[in-house]
Design a protein around this ligand. Structure first.
Ligand SMILES: O=C[C@H](O)[C@H](O)[C@H](O)COP(=O)(O)O
Length: 232
């Protein structure tokens, strides 16, 4: 699949998911290239159809895009509950276990997700996999002592790589932390891995989102397809 085809599938999933946002809702808005299409569509509806909703964003990038359309954005602590959060994902399997954080927004995304009544992911079909882990697992790490955390990951065979940007500078999250990507190849025991990561001092959060998502809208060449999680 070339990039143009992949973008068309992402866009179709984003437009489909935008239908879930209706007047008066509090909607969580994720981060990434797929969510950009979602926010474009919501912005269009705000401007052309008078849609009125309140957004809670999972990154400064999404906040800027949404506010550019006149969408009202509030802080996560200004709301009691979020009706629905729509976000992208890097991988998802048939057990609805997924990897997120390719865009370094995993921490805010997980905070927003865990305060949402419903979680929806929008992905193109290439993200639906049998076993997660081919996509390097992002882990958000505090800069102080990050070198020691990386050495501990190396000793465990996690194949960590500190994420750098195109200019070779260390990527910083919206909380000013680093991202370490674990090149695991496949993750057969995600729950054990999640526990091990979160127990490592210096780790703030990891990109394993296990059985959290309710619905996945998959951009498919035959039209958006919906996967519903019956085990939550
Ligand atoms: O940190 C970024 C997020 O988890 C994204 O939602 C994820 O990486 C998917 O992004 P994209 O839609 O660009 O593939």
């Amino acid at each position: 699949m070339d990039k143009a085809q992949q973008d068309a599938l992402k866009k179709a999933a984003g437009i489909e998911a935008a239908k879930l946002v209706t007047d008066g809702m509090i909607a969580g808005l994720g981060t990434g290239s797929t969510v950009r299409f979602l926010v474009d569509e919501l912005g269009r509806r705000v401007q052309e159809e008078g849609l009125r909703f309140t957004g809670v964003t999972t990154s400064r990038r999404t906040q800027e895009q949404a506010e550019g359309y006149g969408i009202k954005i509030v802080d996560v602590d200004d709301v009691d509950r979020i009706d629905v959060t729509i976000d992208g994902a890097d991988e998802v399997d048939k057990n609805f276990d997924g990897i997120k954080g390719g865009g370094a927004a995993l921490l805010w995304e997980k905070i927003v997700a865990t305060n949402s009544d419903k979680i929806v992911w929008i992905v193109d079909e290439s993200k639906v996999v049998d076993t997660i882990g081919a996509f390097p697992l992002p882990v958000e790490v505090i800069p102080f002592g990050a070198g020691h955390v990386i050495k501990k990951f190396e000793a465990k065979g996690y194949k960590p790589v500190l994420r750098l940007d195109a200019d070779g500078k260390k990527v910083r999250t919206d909380e000013n932390n680093y991202v370490v990507d674990l090149h695991l190849g496949r993750i057969d025991h995600p729950r054990e891995l999640a526990e091990d990561l979160i127990d490592t001092v210096g780790v703030v959060e990891h990109g394993l989102f296990l059985n959290m998502v309710d619905t996945v809208i998959v951009g498919d060449p035959n039209g958006p397809r919906v996967m519903t999680n019956g085990n939550k």
